[in-house]
Design a protein around this ligand. Sequence first.
Ligand SMILES: NC(=O)C1=CN([C@@H]2O[C@H](COP(=O)(O)OP(=O)(O)OC[C@H]3O[C@@H](n4cnc5c(N)ncnc54)[C@H](O)[C@@H]3O)[C@@H](O)[C@H]2O)C=CC1
Ligand SMILES: O=C(O)C(=O)Cc1ccc(O)cc1
Length: 365
Amino acid sequence: MTHILIAGLGLIGGSLALNLTSDTSHTVLGYDHDQATLAYAKDKRIVHDVYESFEAAVRAVDIVILACPVSVTCDLIDQMNDMVLTTDILVTDVSSVKQSVLQRAEQLTNPRIHFVGGHPMAGSHKRGIEAAKEHLFENAIYVLTKTKSATDQDVKRLEQLLATTKAKFIQLNGEEHDEMTSVISHFPHLIASSLVHQAEKWQEKHPTIPTLAAGGFRDITRIASSNPTMWQDILFQNKAVIKRLLEDWILEMKDLHQMLEADEAVAMHDYLDQAKRYRDGLDRKGRGALMSFYDLYVDIFDQPGALKQVVTLLAEATISIKNIEILEIREGITGVLRLSFVSKDDQLNAHRLLTTQGYETMLEE
Ligand SMILES: NC(=O)C1=CN([C@@H]2O[C@H](COP(=O)(O)OP(=O)(O)OC[C@H]3O[C@@H](n4cnc5c(N)ncnc54)[C@H](O)[C@@H]3O)[C@@H](O)[C@H]2O)C=CC1
Ligand SMILES: O=C(O)C(=O)Cc1ccc(O)cc1
């Protein structure tokens, strides 16, 4: 029997708990500072038992998963270092930022603790245990980072433990991780929020702005609806990289301003074209750092009956859909469904099936 502690039973900790309890050889314990979260976790059997004391919980297990906000995770590593432990413990985390966590982990002097950094690169805009989902990490990239207190065997053990998540593991060092996640996750978050602020400011002049905010604006600002407390923590924990990206971004915006000022239409076209090429290529390169899928666009009419029809057709043909998004649709008017599939085969089979049924579809190549 492996005894596992999850410290921080929110969206990520709760989702991992749901995975780990599905294996009967695991006893999963939970620790959180929020009483209601502990009560919910126990009541819904998301964990086998809960603890109000972090130290008591650590003493009861062989493996600890730290799933609190990044700054709290750093403090918990320090607390574990001061504990007198009688058995070896494999410790990992789930933090979106790695260097600040690894810095603490590399300072560990407690010989009982073996630390492997972790980051499952999937989530949602929701927070808290009630949003936890067992399948949250399916096909997602799960980054692992070895520290000097851990062996390759520890990394393997963690991969085996987390195999039920169906995530894909890769190893990166902290610097690589923080630079890459800044580019594709943390910094875009800041920009999404700034676009929303811009819309809100312009709404003073044009009150109908929200009515016009259609597909493009909604697509690019979706992540601005995420948990502000968590993102504030991430941005400050990864401050050095974010500041560098922000400086580059400001220079690039100045270049764009200059192109308009000087009527450099060709340069602007090239800028947009180069972005389109790179963006189009991302989906073809298989799974990115955040997941990429094989997409199919389908024209539909008259929601929600039409949506049900498409989903039923695909379900009957056992083609599984990973994600559905409705783009720019209003009741009773033509709309576009974006269906995402995990494999190229599913995408092509869905394309064939729906076109033979008379649907107008477009494959994202
Ligand atoms: N939300 C997302 O999409 C993703 C988040 N992460 C990382 O996962 C970690 C957790 O994020 P979420 O689960 O989304 O947040 P969450 O807000 O859903 O859960 C955090 C949990 O930690 C608990 N907590 C907070 N401070 C605590 C403290 N001092 N002592 C004990 N418990 C405390 C909260 O009560 C809550 O249950 C963060 O480090 C985040 O960077 C990683 C991948 C995706
Ligand atoms: O929903 C999205 O697009 C996300 O960006 C989810 C997410 C949030 C934080 C992470 O560290 C990893 C993934």
